[in-house]
Design a protein around this ligand. Structure first.
Ligand code: AHR
Length: 504
């Protein structure tokens, strides 16, 4: 990134300047048994929109549009107290339990098999977690047998008796959740977790050597144990795992929108540190094996995080952390996804936390559905970013921020899909006041045209959608700029995200 002396900006693109293939799993989601995410969100037999399985048809349609490639489940903090056997078999025999994580009543009417059905319905790949809080390594191995082994032994036969003779073939597995956190049910020190995760991984792989395993990394960069936790657990488990997780929730509690809109600098620093830890451990082990990063919980979350927002009062499906998203949140989500492309060499999985009602792009009432502001940038990336990520050079004017110093007004990423002869450019204008004229220059070749330009923008960073006014912050089509001799010019309004569809 370099500074532009004028108020104009320049974006330089070259299809030979490749960062990495883009992993489709960067566009994944996370659904937890928490609040109204599963019950009243995904599964609501009492809704007029429910299908014969109790799944909300309007929710399924919106989730299909979001095009999640994998779905992490069943938690979250919930995972660390979950007994998976509670959630399989005849529904009328499933126990009602107290969920200690969210102080709610879990009815277990939705469990592993219902989740697999849900994944099929939204065309996504399941990514299951095993409980390494109260659960044992044997419980973890049993769940892999239940899901992935052919019928003929105890847990695989149990699955068959529940109506699923063929294995589910679940490929992605998380070894616990946020085990570094003192709030976690069954929290462990790094060396204790590493030893348990390693044994669980071995047993799970013995059942099915084709599975891919995700180790618990730091649950935030604010943890006192970060990044030492990551070094310790990776050193123990390096050869047994394929991905290492990180979690983070961004926020603007101070009302410092200038800094909030520069959040991508913090996201990149977090990934750079963990990429360094991965390189260190790989070198220490003299290993040829690679471990990649899985940002398997990310989102904006700071408004609905008071104790009352997180404790369910022992109710079923209480209203928990139903964050309302505004324009500035959507612009941070867009930057986060820009970072995913820019760091696609090391980051291979990213799960938006979460998908319905609980810190989610979709809110539901029993008979209605609302798309929040963050829905729109996610859809545009998920639909348009494909092929390889390009190493874009950007010249843009700077603006001051309290948290990150001087930052460029534009945050940019781009992709190029040779097979589809298509490209995409994603641009956030962080200015709260100024339009930024920008020229795009393709350096190695001149694309044919820009087929479409989509924009999420507005004058008020706090503008949000509501059931009464659902279209305040949406993506609209704007005039696509013409390309002449490999150059295109457009003016980006303040507080905007623009996605360009390019025909190469
Ligand atoms: O997504 C909400 C919660 O945030 C998850 O349960 C936990 O893993 C994280 O702290």
């Amino acid at each position: 990134m370099s500074v532009s002396q004028s108020s104009n900006a320049y974006i330089y693109l070259d299809t030979n300047r490749v960062i990495s293939p883009i992993s489709p799993l960067l566009f994944s989601g996370f659904a937890e048994h928490m609040g109204r995410s599963i019950y009243e969100g995904i599964y609501d037999p009492a809704s007029p929109h429910a299908d014969e399985r109790g799944l909300r048809k309007d929710v399924l349609a919106a989730l299909r549009e979001l095009n999640f490639r994998a779905m992490r489940y069943p938690g979250g903090n919930f995972l660390s107290g979950y007994r998976w056997l509670d959630g399989v078999g005849p529904r009328d025999q499933r126990p009602r339990r107290r969920d200690l994580a969210w102080q709610s009543v879990e009815t277990n009417q939705f469990g592993t098999n219902e989740f697999i059905e849900f994944c099929k319905a939204v065309h996504t790949e399941p990514m299951l977690g095993v409980n390494l809080g109260t659960g044992t390594v044997q419980d973890a191995a049993n769940l892999v047998e239940y899901c992935n082994a052919p019928a003929g032994t105890q847990y695989a036969d149990l699955r068959a008796s529940h109506g699923y003779h063929e294995p589910h073939g679940v490929k992605y597995w998380c070894l616990g959740n946020e085990m570094d956190g003192s709030w976690q049910i069954g929290h462990l020190e790094a060396a204790e977790y590493a030893a348990k995760a390693r044994e669980a991984a071995k047993m799970m792989r013995w059942h099915d050597p084709s599975i891919k395993l995700v180790l618990c990394g730091s649950s935030s960069l604010w943890m006192a144990t970060y990044p030492e936790w990551d070094r310790v657990v990776l050193e123990w488990c390096w050869d047994q795992v394929d991905y290492h997780s990180l979690h983070y929730y961004a926020g603007n509690p101070e009302g410092d929108t200038a800094s909030f809109l520069a959040s991508s600098a913090g996201f990149e620093a977090y990934l750079d540190t963990l990429a360094g830890v991965l390189r260190y451990v790989k070198a220490k082990h003299r290993s040829k094996h690679d471990v990649y990063l899985s940002w398997d919980e990310w989102n904006v979350w700071y408004k609905a995080n008071k104790p009352a927002d997180m404790q369910g009062g022992w109710a079923e499906a209480p209203h928990l952390i139903e964050e309302v998203y505004n324009l500035e949140d959507a612009l941070v989500v867009a930057q986060w996804m820009n970072v995913f492309l820019r760091k696609s060499d090391v980051l291979k999985i990213a799960c938006l936390a979460q998908i319905v009602n609980v810190i989610a792009p979709i809110l539901t009432t029993r008979d209605a559905l609302l798309k929040q502001s963050t829905y729109y940038p996610f859809v545009l990336f998920s639909k348009l970013a494909a092929g390889v990520a390009l190493d874009v050079a950007v010249k843009a004017p700077l603006y001051p921020t309290a948290k990150f110093g001087d930052m460029p007004l534009l945050d940019v990423s781009a992709s190029y899909d040779e097979a589809a002869n298509a490209g995409a450019v994603f641009i956030v204008n962080r200015s709260q006041t100024d339009s930024v004229p920008v020229e795009l220059r393709w350096q190695d070749r001149a694309p044919q045209r820009i087929a479409a330009a989509h924009q999420v923008a507005g004058a008020d960073p706090k503008a949000a959608n509501s059931f009464e006014n659902p279209n305040r912050v949406v993506a609209v089509k704007v005039t696509a700029p013409a390309i002449s001799e490999g150059r295109a010019s457009l003016t980006l309004p303040p507080l905007s995200f623009t996605a360009l569809e390019v025909v190469m």
